[in-house]
Write a protein that binds this ligand. Sequence first.
Ligand code: ASP
Length: 341
Amino acid sequence: MAAHRLLLVYTGGTIGMIQPPGQAYWVPFNFNVIREQLPELSRFSCEIDWFAPGPPLDSSDLDPQHWIELAQIISNRYTQYDSFVILHGTDTMAFTASALSFLLSGIQKPVILTGSQLPIGEIRNDARENLVTAIEIASTCPWPLREVCIYFDYRLIRGNRAHKKSVQQFDAFESSNFPVLAEAGTRINWFKDYFLAENTISEFKPFFEMTTQIAVLKFFPGIRQDYIQQVLTIPGLQGVILESFGAGNLPIRTWLFDELSKAIQNGILVLNITQCEEGQIEPGKYATSKTLQEIGVISGGDMTFEAATTKLMYICAKTTEYSERKNFLLKNLCGEITIER
Ligand code: ASP
């Protein structure tokens, strides 16, 4: 049987950073740093090729154009490789993973993002285990893993459910509102019942566009009308995410509902997600969310902020039809939202 072929894509991040001589801060460095620190990569039975799309970047420097580039790198090499591992900074890893889950719609192979909280060149680091096990998972998973995931600190998480929760801990990511897909200990425990099912999307149809004409309104008690008005009237705005309280609640103010209603009538998608780490929007549970439902605010269910923003960027690029956009937002495209039956 032909050996498994894996493509390792290096975008940057702490994993490959070094301290310039005499400095206390870290900067991205080329991937030779990783190769030198991990000669045992050659001991894997799979064939590993390396690819660096450009100079390594801190992930806070990445934008939707980089996500599109990553989607193209994978699509262009899709038949050549059996799996893909992307080395990436942790700061925006959950955004990239979410964006790729949409752009690589229907992918039938594993795409695993990983990185670390400490550089691979440090004596004590989490880089080595994260990278080695991400490769092990991508190349030996005994069941078809047809999705974009993050492997970090012994856990495999669906990419569009991931959220960076810690700046310091090695346990940097949580899987929001969804169980982990695998756990690594002395052996790897697979929770295959949670893998994306084959019939979710059976055909690989990558897409290479994203719209950035979106905005976010994170609510806080005392938020002002002029602030909301300014945001909702940004020229060219196509969608706005409301980060609301609890189960999707906002202050009951006539002016607020009027502003939102006007925006919706102007064809702006208004998507409601919760500020809470756990749980979901429950439209109509309270009087306030009932009004939102009546004026046409779309429920984002239990989506993470990262999944909601990238899904909105993707949907707005995919179609210009308001009703089609709305249907896409309400649908579970690739495991990003729980749809109650
Ligand atoms: N600032 C770094 C990045 O996201 C943090 C990390 O990699 O952990 O690139």
